[in-house]
Each structure stands twice: as structure tokens, then as C-alpha cells.
Design a protein around this ligand. Sequence first.
Ligand SMILES: O=c1[nH]c(=O)c2nc[nH]c2[nH]1
Ligand SMILES: [Zn+2]
Length: 491
Amino acid sequence: MASNSGNAKKQAFVGTFVHSKKLDELEYLHDTVVCVDPSGKIVAVERECDAKKAEQILFAKLGWDAADVQVHVCKEGQFFFPGFIDTHIHASQYPNVGIFGKSTLLDWLNTYTFPMEASLSSLSKARRVYTRCIRRTLAHGTTTAAYYATISVPSTSLLADLCLSLGQRAFVGRVCMDRLGPSYYLDESPEAALSATKASIEHIRSIDPNYDLITPILTPRFAPSCTADTMKRLGALQAETGLPVQTHISENVNEITLVRDLFPDSEHYAGVYDDCGLLTPKTILSHAIHLSEDEAELITARGSKVAHCPCSNSAITSGEARVRWLLDKGIGVGLGTDMSGGYSPSILEAARLACLVSRHLAMGDGKGGAADAATMMVQQVSAEERERAKLSVEEVLYLATKGGAAVVGLEGKVGGFEVGMEWDAQLVGLGVVGEVAEGKGVDQVEGEDEGNVDLFGWESWEDRVAKWLFNGDDRNTKRVWVRGRLVHSRV
Ligand SMILES: O=c1[nH]c(=O)c2nc[nH]c2[nH]1
Ligand SMILES: [Zn+2]
């Protein structure tokens, strides 16, 4: 089956392009044309060019007939930005967003999460939930998502089918858990967990044989809910297939105590995964809030990556992940919404919350992470070091795009605008406020742009992007493409 049907045209995108060059630097490409071939690949990035020049020179250089090219031109206040990568999201928890009360991880799982996930064994309910989740995240500019589904194979297969048909690039994981869950929502045995995982992989292979858009991902939920036997089988399957792995680590202090009790022979939480062959360069570890130095060093050595989920970590009171500390150790970090631990489907929201959480660390009043005020004082962390904890606009937007791409193993393929990469992109539009109408004393808002961001025209491009980060939302996400296919449009 074609993995990205509905797109078989040559396209040219004209205007301003903003993307990450490196962790702390955004590049602004003005008066630029990006050409995308029918397979969704970027084949040209031409500076100092416009639609007319492209027609006269660039298309000919590519051997394109201008009549065959669909041209998209940015309007005032608009720019192209790479699609967001959500490195950690539970599609099956989407109906629960915002519903967490004052719970913390372990009671949150039992009260809200397991009942909702179990209920999605009803395929009609799963279809409603997954369709809405995919549409909503696309509308917020998420072009790639690393999804947890449920323990049900048909329900997980349905999520993969829907991502393919709605055009979202996805990693789809059938959740494995064979203990410490309610009896109605557990794998019967390690053998059952493994064979269900294999059935889910087979289904994805049948709908997208080359994993062009949808890739299976091995998903032991987290160490407390998996026996060592199950995790070792999944580790062996990873070694055999080379597939990616996703799980949770070190989110909550009670969870860490539980892991210590359940796995007394392992050195620490990260060691449990390592002992089972699950700490690989293709492993996405979510949260990683309370890691020790030894654990971070092991993760660095294994090349595993971290999904930082600031919304979830704040909502269910888990703590503050030390992103700068992780980055300094050479660990790749991306952003996750972690719905519904996190209440928002938006990676833009995750990026702004990553800024704020890093500032709480800098203020030293975070009581959740090992780098909280007391620890920092004891360790005599200098004022400069605390200041370094702060993440900039450029840095969180890197984590949301290029950094996330590296976390899910798509570096060089998505997350930026370079020849050879795929056109996974969003068109961002900010509201442009016109001159005060003479004699009326009120601002006139021009154009169809709406939303929460007002541009007055004097802002630098850096300031425009900062205004988008802190006040933007899905109203500013005008169009979204994955592999060149238009998958969401407000205009
Ligand atoms: O944020 C989280 N969401 C979950 O669903 C989950 N399961 C285990 N640990 C978890 N953490
Ligand atoms: Zn999670």
C-alpha cells in the first residue's frame, strides 16, 4: 500500500523559512524558494529568489515545467517552520487531557489512565479517540509523533492505520505490561506480551512495508509494570529487529523506590533497562527527572535519548528535568506532550513550558528534581551555573524540531529545510495590526490572521518568533505538510 497517497505533485514554497542551525541558533532564510519533488523530498533551497525568478530559472534547472508546479507564497506575517516532533505522547489517553486533579504518577495511573486505556479495546471508541488525537496534534503542527497505544493489538493497529490515512508520521507502540496493573488490563504472560508485540509489528509492516511513514516501536510501559522476563524478551527482539524502543524512567520518587524494591539486583533504574538490553541508541526514555550521575553516564554511554515533558512533569507534580545537565552530558533531548499526564496537545506549549521549568531550576525552588534548591546549595552550585539552566527561545525550538528528530532517529530526514530532507513543515501566520484608523482611534486588523499574537511591524524576526513561542497557538498554524502532503489547513 502506498504510504503517503494523495501527493504526486511538484511544489515550490516561497517566502521566509526559519529553522534551527544548531542548539542555540535559528537561521532565517528570507526571499527563499524551497522546491519539493512528488516524493516529498526537498530538492532545492534557493536564496535571493522569488516566485518569478523560480519560474524563470530554478524550475528549468530542476528540469521542471512551471505549469506542473504548485506554488505556495507566504503572506505578510507568515513564515515556514519545520513540523514539530512529539517524542512522547499517549494517544489512548487523549480523552483525559486536563483531568488529573491533584494526583501523582502512581495514583494517576490507577485512577484515570488504566481504565481509559482499557476501554479502547472497543474499536469504535478507539477510532473516535485516535482520529481526534491525530487531527488535533496535526492542527498544532505535530508532523511526527512517538505514540503509546494500548495493550490491545487491534486498537494499536487501528492507530497505525489512522496515522497513515491522515498523513501523520508516527512511531506506534503496542504497550507491554504484565504486572502491577489492574487484572482487566494486563498481559497474561511474557510470552503473550511478546507475541502481541510481534503481531502489532506485522500489521504495521503490512500497511507500510518500508516504514516510510509509520514505524513500530517496542514499548515496555515502565519497569514497575513489566517483569524482567518480558523486558529481556523485548531487548532480544530489539537486537534482532533494530526497532526503536520507548519507555518511562525516573519520573517520580515513589516510582523509583518501587523499582529499587522490584529489581534489587540492578544498580539503579537505568541499570534495570540496561540489564534487559533495552538501553540502546534507539531508546527514548521519557522524563528522566531524578537520574543520578551514574545513570546519566550510563545513558550517555549507551546513546539513549530523553523525551522532556515539562507539562506533564508540572501537572502531576513529578519534578523538573535538568535539561541543560542532560545536554551537557551529551544526551540527546526532545520534547513530549505526554498527554494526558500533560494537558496540552501542543509542542509549542511544551517548548514554552520547557523555558519556564528551566527558569524554576535557575531560581532553585524546584523541589522535585535532584537539582532543587537544597541540593544545589549543598553542591555549591554557582550562580552562573544556575543561570545556565535557563533554556532560550532558540534552544527550546531546537528541541521541538531538530533535537526531537534526533531523539526518534530521523536526524537528517526531518526537522529542517535542507536539500535531501523531507518536507515536514508548518506555515505559521501571526496577526498583523494595521495603522490606527484616522479619526476612529481604534486599531484595524488586516487580513484573515487571527489568534493571540499581534505584530505591529517593528518587531525583529527574533522578536516575532519569541512572540509566537510565548503567545501562539493552533490559530497560528495555518497549514501543515508531511512528506509534501498537505495534512492540515485553516486557510
Ligand atoms: O507520564 C506517564 N504516563 C504514563 O502513562 C505512564 N505509565 C508509566 N509511567 C508513566 N508516566
Ligand atoms: Zn508517558
